[in-house]
Ligand binder design. Structure first.
Ligand SMILES: *[C@@H]1O[C@H](CO)[C@@H](O)[C@H](O)[C@H]1NC(C)=O
Ligand SMILES: *[C@@H]1O[C@H](CO)[C@@H](O)[C@H](O)[C@H]1NC(C)=O
Ligand SMILES: *[C@@H]1O[C@H](CO)[C@@H](O)[C@H](O)[C@H]1NC(C)=O
Length: 416
Protein backbone atom coordinates (compact mmCIF):
# COMPACT_ATOMS: atom_id res chain seq x y z
CA UNK A 1 0.00 0.00 0.00
CA UNK A 2 2.62 2.46 1.18
CA UNK A 3 4.93 1.52 -1.65
CA UNK A 4 2.28 1.86 -4.33
CA UNK A 5 1.38 5.40 -3.35
CA UNK A 6 5.00 6.43 -3.39
CA UNK A 7 5.43 5.12 -6.89
CA UNK A 8 2.43 6.96 -8.18
CA UNK A 9 3.61 10.21 -6.62
CA UNK A 10 7.01 9.68 -8.14
CA UNK A 11 5.41 9.51 -11.54
CA UNK A 12 3.40 12.67 -11.07
CA UNK A 13 6.15 14.53 -9.32
CA UNK A 14 9.56 14.36 -10.95
CA UNK A 15 12.66 14.95 -8.88
CA UNK A 16 12.22 18.21 -6.98
CA UNK A 17 15.61 19.51 -8.12
CA UNK A 18 14.55 19.01 -11.73
CA UNK A 19 11.41 21.04 -11.14
CA UNK A 20 13.53 23.69 -9.52
CA UNK A 21 16.01 23.71 -12.38
CA UNK A 22 13.28 23.94 -15.01
CA UNK A 23 11.63 26.76 -13.08
CA UNK A 24 14.91 28.58 -12.61
CA UNK A 25 15.85 28.27 -16.28
CA UNK A 26 12.37 29.39 -17.26
CA UNK A 27 12.61 32.38 -14.97
CA UNK A 28 16.04 33.30 -16.26
CA UNK A 29 14.89 32.97 -19.83
CA UNK A 30 11.75 35.02 -19.31
CA UNK A 31 13.50 37.38 -16.90
CA UNK A 32 10.12 38.74 -15.69
CA UNK A 33 11.74 40.97 -13.07
CA UNK A 34 14.26 42.29 -15.57
CA UNK A 35 17.19 41.45 -13.34
CA UNK A 36 19.68 40.42 -16.03
CA UNK A 37 21.79 42.90 -17.98
CA UNK A 38 19.27 42.67 -20.82
CA UNK A 39 16.25 43.34 -18.63
CA UNK A 40 13.85 45.65 -20.44
CA UNK A 41 15.30 44.95 -23.90
CA UNK A 42 13.64 43.10 -26.74
CA UNK A 43 16.67 40.84 -26.96
CA UNK A 44 16.85 38.93 -30.25
CA UNK A 45 20.21 37.17 -30.50
CA UNK A 46 21.29 35.89 -33.91
CA UNK A 47 23.97 33.49 -35.01
CA UNK A 48 27.31 35.01 -36.02
CA UNK A 49 27.86 33.96 -39.62
CA UNK A 50 30.68 36.14 -40.74
CA UNK A 51 33.16 35.93 -37.92
CA UNK A 52 36.33 33.96 -38.69
CA UNK A 53 37.06 30.94 -36.47
CA UNK A 54 38.85 31.87 -33.26
CA UNK A 55 41.66 29.35 -33.67
CA UNK A 56 42.47 30.37 -37.23
CA UNK A 57 42.77 34.05 -36.31
CA UNK A 58 44.68 33.63 -33.05
CA UNK A 59 47.24 31.18 -34.41
CA UNK A 60 48.31 33.67 -37.05
CA UNK A 61 48.19 36.78 -34.92
CA UNK A 62 51.58 38.28 -34.07
CA UNK A 63 51.58 39.09 -30.37
CA UNK A 64 53.61 41.88 -28.78
CA UNK A 65 55.36 39.92 -26.05
CA UNK A 66 57.14 43.05 -24.87
CA UNK A 67 53.75 44.59 -24.09
CA UNK A 68 55.18 47.84 -25.40
CA UNK A 69 52.02 49.85 -25.15
CA UNK A 70 52.35 49.86 -21.37
CA UNK A 71 55.10 52.47 -21.86
CA UNK A 72 52.40 54.82 -23.08
CA UNK A 73 52.04 58.11 -21.18
CA UNK A 74 48.72 59.30 -19.87
CA UNK A 75 48.30 63.00 -20.55
CA UNK A 76 45.61 65.52 -19.56
CA UNK A 77 44.48 63.25 -16.72
CA UNK A 78 41.12 64.42 -15.31
CA UNK A 79 40.93 67.16 -17.95
CA UNK A 80 39.16 65.24 -20.74
CA UNK A 81 36.58 62.48 -20.28
CA UNK A 82 35.96 59.91 -23.01
CA UNK A 83 37.94 61.58 -25.85
CA UNK A 84 36.89 59.01 -28.47
CA UNK A 85 38.15 60.76 -31.61
CA UNK A 86 41.20 63.05 -31.89
CA UNK A 87 41.97 65.49 -34.68
CA UNK A 88 44.48 68.24 -35.57
CA UNK A 89 43.60 71.31 -37.63
CA UNK A 90 45.25 72.74 -40.75
CA UNK A 91 47.48 74.96 -38.62
CA UNK A 92 48.67 71.93 -36.64
CA UNK A 93 46.75 72.90 -33.50
CA UNK A 94 45.31 70.19 -31.31
CA UNK A 95 44.42 67.70 -30.34
CA UNK A 96 40.75 68.42 -30.77
CA UNK A 97 38.65 65.82 -28.95
CA UNK A 98 34.98 64.81 -28.87
CA UNK A 99 34.04 64.28 -25.23
CA UNK A 100 31.47 62.20 -23.37
CA UNK A 101 29.79 65.38 -22.12
CA UNK A 102 28.97 66.34 -25.71
CA UNK A 103 31.58 69.07 -26.24
CA UNK A 104 34.33 69.22 -28.81
CA UNK A 105 37.34 70.75 -27.08
CA UNK A 106 40.80 71.72 -28.29
CA UNK A 107 44.17 71.92 -26.59
CA UNK A 108 45.58 75.45 -26.90
CA UNK A 109 48.89 74.81 -25.14
CA UNK A 110 50.02 75.07 -21.55
CA UNK A 111 49.02 78.70 -20.96
CA UNK A 112 45.46 78.46 -22.31
CA UNK A 113 44.73 74.78 -21.70
CA UNK A 114 41.57 73.20 -23.11
CA UNK A 115 38.87 75.36 -24.62
CA UNK A 116 35.41 74.46 -25.88
CA UNK A 117 35.53 74.63 -29.68
CA UNK A 118 32.11 73.41 -30.68
CA UNK A 119 28.79 72.06 -29.40
CA UNK A 120 26.54 69.72 -31.37
CA UNK A 121 23.34 70.64 -29.53
CA UNK A 122 21.82 74.11 -29.05
CA UNK A 123 20.36 72.78 -25.80
CA UNK A 124 23.74 72.00 -24.20
CA UNK A 125 24.13 73.50 -20.73
CA UNK A 126 27.01 73.13 -18.34
CA UNK A 127 24.66 72.29 -15.49
CA UNK A 128 23.00 69.36 -17.24
CA UNK A 129 25.81 68.06 -19.45
CA UNK A 130 29.23 68.74 -17.91
CA UNK A 131 29.44 65.85 -15.48
CA UNK A 132 33.17 65.17 -15.49
CA UNK A 133 34.02 61.56 -14.90
CA UNK A 134 30.31 60.68 -14.55
CA UNK A 135 29.72 61.63 -18.16
CA UNK A 136 31.49 58.39 -19.16
CA UNK A 137 29.12 56.26 -17.04
CA UNK A 138 25.48 55.19 -17.46
CA UNK A 139 24.54 58.26 -15.38
CA UNK A 140 24.92 60.26 -18.60
CA UNK A 141 22.76 57.94 -20.72
CA UNK A 142 19.52 59.85 -20.25
CA UNK A 143 21.29 63.10 -21.18
CA UNK A 144 23.33 61.91 -24.16
CA UNK A 145 20.75 62.82 -26.74
CA UNK A 146 20.28 66.33 -25.36
CA UNK A 147 24.00 66.98 -24.79
CA UNK A 148 25.33 65.07 -27.82
CA UNK A 149 28.07 62.48 -28.14
CA UNK A 150 30.57 63.35 -30.92
CA UNK A 151 32.32 60.11 -31.90
CA UNK A 152 34.13 60.92 -35.15
CA UNK A 153 36.01 64.11 -36.10
CA UNK A 154 37.54 65.14 -39.46
CA UNK A 155 38.87 68.47 -40.66
CA UNK A 156 38.40 69.59 -44.23
CA UNK A 157 42.03 70.45 -44.95
CA UNK A 158 41.00 73.06 -47.52
CA UNK A 159 38.23 75.03 -45.79
CA UNK A 160 39.29 74.32 -42.20
CA UNK A 161 35.74 73.27 -41.29
CA UNK A 162 35.30 70.44 -38.79
CA UNK A 163 33.01 67.58 -39.78
CA UNK A 164 31.48 65.57 -36.95
CA UNK A 165 29.73 62.23 -36.63
CA UNK A 166 27.55 62.60 -33.56
CA UNK A 167 25.95 59.42 -32.26
CA UNK A 168 22.57 61.11 -31.78
CA UNK A 169 22.56 64.01 -34.25
CA UNK A 170 24.16 62.46 -37.33
CA UNK A 171 26.65 64.26 -39.55
CA UNK A 172 27.32 67.90 -38.70
CA UNK A 173 29.78 70.64 -39.60
CA UNK A 174 31.39 73.46 -37.59
CA UNK A 175 32.99 76.59 -39.09
CA UNK A 176 36.77 76.90 -38.83
CA UNK A 177 36.32 79.46 -36.01
CA UNK A 178 34.19 77.04 -33.98
CA UNK A 179 30.73 77.52 -32.50
CA UNK A 180 27.50 75.56 -32.78
CA UNK A 181 27.59 72.74 -35.33
CA UNK A 182 25.12 72.70 -38.24
CA UNK A 183 23.29 69.43 -39.02
CA UNK A 184 23.94 67.97 -42.50
CA UNK A 185 22.69 64.39 -42.48
CA UNK A 186 20.25 63.29 -39.81
CA UNK A 187 17.93 61.15 -41.96
CA UNK A 188 18.15 58.63 -44.77
CA UNK A 189 15.16 57.70 -46.94
CA UNK A 190 12.98 59.70 -44.55
CA UNK A 191 14.03 57.76 -41.43
CA UNK A 192 16.21 59.18 -38.66
CA UNK A 193 19.79 57.94 -38.35
CA UNK A 194 19.96 56.80 -34.73
CA UNK A 195 23.63 55.82 -34.28
CA UNK A 196 26.11 57.69 -36.47
CA UNK A 197 29.59 56.62 -35.44
CA UNK A 198 32.47 57.72 -37.67
CA UNK A 199 33.10 59.50 -40.95
CA UNK A 200 35.65 60.35 -43.61
CA UNK A 201 35.67 63.04 -46.30
CA UNK A 202 36.17 62.33 -49.99
CA UNK A 203 37.99 65.08 -51.89
CA UNK A 204 34.90 65.50 -54.12
CA UNK A 205 32.96 66.63 -51.03
CA UNK A 206 31.02 63.44 -50.33
CA UNK A 207 31.08 62.17 -46.74
CA UNK A 208 31.19 58.44 -46.08
CA UNK A 209 29.96 57.50 -42.62
CA UNK A 210 28.92 54.56 -40.51
CA UNK A 211 25.46 54.12 -38.99
CA UNK A 212 26.04 51.42 -36.40
CA UNK A 213 22.48 50.14 -35.95
CA UNK A 214 18.91 50.80 -36.99
CA UNK A 215 17.64 49.33 -33.70
CA UNK A 216 19.86 50.61 -30.93
CA UNK A 217 21.39 53.96 -30.00
CA UNK A 218 24.87 54.48 -28.59
CA UNK A 219 23.90 54.03 -24.98
CA UNK A 220 22.83 50.46 -25.83
CA UNK A 221 25.87 49.57 -27.92
CA UNK A 222 26.60 46.54 -25.74
CA UNK A 223 23.30 44.95 -26.73
CA UNK A 224 24.30 45.15 -30.40
CA UNK A 225 27.40 43.10 -29.59
CA UNK A 226 25.51 40.61 -27.44
CA UNK A 227 22.76 40.12 -30.03
CA UNK A 228 25.06 39.99 -33.02
CA UNK A 229 22.38 41.96 -34.90
CA UNK A 230 23.41 43.30 -38.29
CA UNK A 231 21.29 46.33 -39.17
CA UNK A 232 24.29 48.65 -39.49
CA UNK A 233 25.01 50.61 -42.67
CA UNK A 234 27.64 52.53 -44.55
CA UNK A 235 26.07 55.79 -45.75
CA UNK A 236 27.16 58.62 -48.04
CA UNK A 237 26.14 62.26 -47.85
CA UNK A 238 26.48 64.29 -51.07
CA UNK A 239 26.66 68.06 -50.45
CA UNK A 240 25.63 69.19 -53.97
CA UNK A 241 22.22 67.49 -53.68
CA UNK A 242 22.12 67.53 -49.85
CA UNK A 243 21.04 63.89 -49.93
CA UNK A 244 22.11 60.80 -48.01
CA UNK A 245 22.44 57.40 -49.68
CA UNK A 246 22.75 53.83 -48.41
CA UNK A 247 26.04 52.42 -49.71
CA UNK A 248 26.05 49.11 -47.80
CA UNK A 249 23.58 47.55 -45.37
CA UNK A 250 23.29 44.47 -43.16
CA UNK A 251 26.56 45.22 -41.36
CA UNK A 252 27.36 43.98 -37.85
CA UNK A 253 28.36 47.05 -35.83
CA UNK A 254 30.10 49.12 -38.52
CA UNK A 255 32.33 51.53 -36.66
CA UNK A 256 35.51 53.33 -37.89
CA UNK A 257 35.66 54.66 -41.49
CA UNK A 258 38.84 55.59 -43.40
CA UNK A 259 39.49 56.32 -47.08
CA UNK A 260 42.77 55.15 -48.60
CA UNK A 261 45.41 57.66 -49.63
CA UNK A 262 44.47 57.56 -53.35
CA UNK A 263 40.76 57.21 -52.46
CA UNK A 264 40.48 54.04 -54.53
CA UNK A 265 38.96 52.22 -51.55
CA UNK A 266 37.77 52.77 -48.03
CA UNK A 267 38.10 50.67 -44.91
CA UNK A 268 35.53 50.24 -42.18
CA UNK A 269 35.63 48.14 -39.05
CA UNK A 270 32.87 45.70 -38.20
CA UNK A 271 33.15 45.48 -34.43
CA UNK A 272 30.93 42.44 -33.79
CA UNK A 273 32.71 40.45 -36.49
CA UNK A 274 36.19 41.42 -35.24
CA UNK A 275 37.39 42.48 -38.67
CA UNK A 276 38.20 45.30 -41.08
CA UNK A 277 36.41 45.39 -44.43
CA UNK A 278 37.55 47.01 -47.65
CA UNK A 279 35.07 48.65 -50.03
CA UNK A 280 36.31 49.54 -53.52
CA UNK A 281 35.42 53.00 -54.88
CA UNK A 282 37.52 52.96 -58.06
CA UNK A 283 39.09 50.55 -60.52
CA UNK A 284 37.95 47.14 -61.79
CA UNK A 285 36.50 46.13 -58.41
CA UNK A 286 34.38 49.27 -57.90
CA UNK A 287 31.44 48.54 -55.62
CA UNK A 288 32.93 45.27 -54.31
CA UNK A 289 33.34 44.48 -50.65
CA UNK A 290 36.16 42.28 -49.41
CA UNK A 291 37.88 41.26 -46.20
CA UNK A 292 40.87 43.44 -45.31
CA UNK A 293 41.93 41.78 -42.03
CA UNK A 294 40.60 39.58 -39.24
CA UNK A 295 41.45 40.81 -35.75
CA UNK A 296 41.97 39.15 -32.36
CA UNK A 297 39.44 41.47 -30.71
CA UNK A 298 36.86 44.20 -31.17
CA UNK A 299 37.99 47.15 -33.33
CA UNK A 300 36.90 50.76 -33.04
CA UNK A 301 38.24 53.55 -35.30
CA UNK A 302 40.79 53.26 -38.14
CA UNK A 303 43.03 56.20 -39.00
CA UNK A 304 45.59 56.62 -41.78
CA UNK A 305 49.11 57.94 -41.20
CA UNK A 306 51.04 60.11 -43.68
CA UNK A 307 52.44 57.04 -45.44
CA UNK A 308 48.95 55.75 -46.22
CA UNK A 309 49.15 52.98 -43.60
CA UNK A 310 46.30 52.27 -41.20
CA UNK A 311 46.23 52.29 -37.40
CA UNK A 312 43.39 50.41 -35.77
CA UNK A 313 42.41 50.45 -32.09
CA UNK A 314 41.29 47.08 -30.73
CA UNK A 315 39.74 45.97 -27.46
CA UNK A 316 41.16 42.52 -27.06
CA UNK A 317 40.57 39.67 -27.13
CA UNK A 318 38.09 37.14 -28.35
CA UNK A 319 37.95 33.94 -26.27
CA UNK A 320 36.96 30.33 -27.07
CA UNK A 321 33.98 30.55 -24.69
CA UNK A 322 32.78 33.74 -26.34
CA UNK A 323 33.02 31.96 -29.70
CA UNK A 324 30.72 29.17 -28.46
CA UNK A 325 28.22 31.79 -27.29
CA UNK A 326 28.42 33.66 -30.58
CA UNK A 327 27.53 30.49 -32.49
CA UNK A 328 24.56 29.60 -30.25
CA UNK A 329 22.01 32.38 -29.86
CA UNK A 330 19.84 30.31 -27.46
CA UNK A 331 22.80 29.92 -25.07
CA UNK A 332 23.29 33.67 -25.13
CA UNK A 333 19.58 34.12 -24.43
CA UNK A 334 19.99 32.26 -21.17
CA UNK A 335 23.49 33.37 -20.26
CA UNK A 336 22.95 37.11 -20.59
CA UNK A 337 19.68 36.92 -18.71
CA UNK A 338 21.38 35.58 -15.60
CA UNK A 339 20.72 38.12 -12.87
CA UNK A 340 24.38 39.11 -12.69
CA UNK A 341 26.37 42.12 -13.75
CA UNK A 342 27.56 42.22 -17.36
CA UNK A 343 31.17 42.73 -16.24
CA UNK A 344 30.94 39.56 -14.14
CA UNK A 345 29.36 37.57 -16.98
CA UNK A 346 32.18 38.78 -19.21
CA UNK A 347 34.85 37.64 -16.76
CA UNK A 348 33.20 34.20 -16.51
CA UNK A 349 33.94 33.67 -20.20
CA UNK A 350 37.46 35.00 -19.58
CA UNK A 351 36.82 38.30 -21.33
CA UNK A 352 39.54 40.13 -19.45
CA UNK A 353 39.97 42.92 -21.92
CA UNK A 354 43.18 44.69 -22.76
CA UNK A 355 44.36 47.05 -25.45
CA UNK A 356 45.97 46.23 -28.77
CA UNK A 357 46.83 48.79 -31.42
CA UNK A 358 47.96 47.63 -34.79
CA UNK A 359 49.41 49.17 -37.94
CA UNK A 360 48.46 47.71 -41.33
CA UNK A 361 49.95 48.32 -44.76
CA UNK A 362 47.65 49.33 -47.63
CA UNK A 363 47.42 45.63 -48.50
CA UNK A 364 46.36 44.46 -45.07
CA UNK A 365 49.76 43.21 -43.94
CA UNK A 366 50.48 43.62 -40.21
CA UNK A 367 53.39 46.06 -39.79
CA UNK A 368 53.31 46.71 -36.07
CA UNK A 369 51.47 45.38 -33.02
CA UNK A 370 51.60 47.19 -29.69
CA UNK A 371 49.81 45.71 -26.69
CA UNK A 372 49.24 46.51 -23.05
CA UNK A 373 48.69 42.92 -22.03
CA UNK A 374 48.25 43.50 -18.33
CA UNK A 375 45.73 46.26 -18.98
CA UNK A 376 48.04 48.42 -16.89
CA UNK A 377 48.12 51.80 -18.59
CA UNK A 378 46.30 52.21 -21.89
CA UNK A 379 42.69 51.07 -21.63
CA UNK A 380 39.52 51.04 -23.72
CA UNK A 381 41.13 52.54 -26.79
CA UNK A 382 39.00 54.06 -29.51
CA UNK A 383 41.42 55.64 -31.98
CA UNK A 384 45.10 56.02 -32.82
CA UNK A 385 46.44 59.11 -34.61
CA UNK A 386 50.07 59.14 -35.73
CA UNK A 387 51.36 62.73 -35.96
CA UNK A 388 55.03 63.71 -36.28
CA UNK A 389 56.62 60.76 -34.50
CA UNK A 390 53.96 60.43 -31.84
CA UNK A 391 50.87 58.28 -31.38
CA UNK A 392 47.83 59.96 -29.84
CA UNK A 393 45.43 57.40 -28.43
CA UNK A 394 41.80 58.18 -27.64
CA UNK A 395 39.55 56.32 -25.22
CA UNK A 396 35.80 56.06 -25.07
CA UNK A 397 35.52 55.87 -21.30
CA UNK A 398 38.62 57.15 -19.49
CA UNK A 399 39.84 60.50 -18.23
CA UNK A 400 42.90 61.12 -20.40
CA UNK A 401 44.63 60.89 -23.77
CA UNK A 402 47.48 58.37 -24.04
CA UNK A 403 50.62 59.04 -26.09
CA UNK A 404 53.60 57.00 -27.23
CA UNK A 405 56.61 57.95 -29.35
CA UNK A 406 56.59 56.11 -32.68
CA UNK A 407 58.55 54.37 -34.12
CA UNK A 408 58.90 52.77 -30.73
CA UNK A 409 62.48 52.64 -29.41
CA UNK A 410 63.51 49.93 -26.98
CA UNK A 411 66.49 52.01 -25.80
CA UNK A 412 64.27 54.75 -24.49
CA UNK A 413 62.52 52.21 -22.32
CA UNK A 414 65.73 50.67 -20.96
CA UNK A 415 67.06 54.10 -19.98
CA UNK A 416 63.92 55.36 -18.28
C1 LIG B 1 55.49 35.49 -28.07
O1 LIG B 1 55.11 34.49 -27.13
C2 LIG B 1 54.49 33.37 -27.71
C3 LIG B 1 54.00 32.46 -26.59
O2 LIG B 1 54.77 32.62 -25.43
C4 LIG B 1 55.46 32.69 -28.68
O3 LIG B 1 54.84 31.57 -29.27
C5 LIG B 1 55.86 33.68 -29.75
O4 LIG B 1 56.84 33.12 -30.62
C6 LIG B 1 56.43 34.95 -29.13
N1 LIG B 1 56.62 35.94 -30.19
C7 LIG B 1 57.68 36.70 -30.30
C8 LIG B 1 57.69 37.67 -31.44
O5 LIG B 1 58.65 36.63 -29.55
C1 LIG C 1 16.42 71.46 -28.26
O1 LIG C 1 15.24 71.72 -27.51
C2 LIG C 1 14.11 72.06 -28.33
C3 LIG C 1 13.01 72.51 -27.42
O2 LIG C 1 12.80 71.57 -26.39
C4 LIG C 1 13.75 70.87 -29.18
O3 LIG C 1 12.65 71.14 -30.01
C5 LIG C 1 14.95 70.49 -30.04
O4 LIG C 1 14.68 69.31 -30.77
C6 LIG C 1 16.18 70.28 -29.20
N1 LIG C 1 17.32 70.13 -30.08
C7 LIG C 1 18.19 69.11 -29.98
C8 LIG C 1 19.28 69.08 -31.01
O5 LIG C 1 18.13 68.27 -29.11
C1 LIG D 1 32.55 61.19 -54.88
O1 LIG D 1 33.20 59.98 -55.14
C2 LIG D 1 32.55 58.82 -54.62
C3 LIG D 1 33.46 57.61 -54.84
O2 LIG D 1 33.73 57.42 -56.19
C4 LIG D 1 31.19 58.68 -55.26
O3 LIG D 1 30.51 57.56 -54.73
C5 LIG D 1 30.38 59.95 -55.02
O4 LIG D 1 29.16 59.88 -55.69
C6 LIG D 1 31.16 61.18 -55.48
N1 LIG D 1 30.42 62.36 -55.03
C7 LIG D 1 30.11 63.36 -55.87
C8 LIG D 1 29.37 64.50 -55.25
O5 LIG D 1 30.36 63.32 -57.05
Amino acid sequence: MEEKRNTREDCLMPQPWLVFLALALGLIYMDPFELGPLGGYDYRPVKAHDIAPYKEVMEKWRADNGSKLRFGRLEFVDEVFGPESLEFDVKGRGPYAGLADGRIVRWMGGALGWETFSLVSPNWTEMVCANGVYSTTPLQHKKEKLCGRPLGLRFDKVTGELYIADAYHGIMVTRAEGGLATPLASHVNGNPIIFANDLDLHSNGSIFFSDTSMRYTRKDHFIILLEGEATGRLLRYDPPSKTTHVVLQGLAFPNGVQLSKDQSFLLFTETTNCRIMKYWLEGPKTGELELFANLPGFPDNVRMNEKGQFWVAIDCCRTPAQEVLSQHPWLRSIYFKLPLKLSFLGRMISMKMFTVICLFSEDGEVLEVLEDRGGEVVKLVSEVREVAGKLWIGTVAHNHVATLPFPFQEEVVVLS
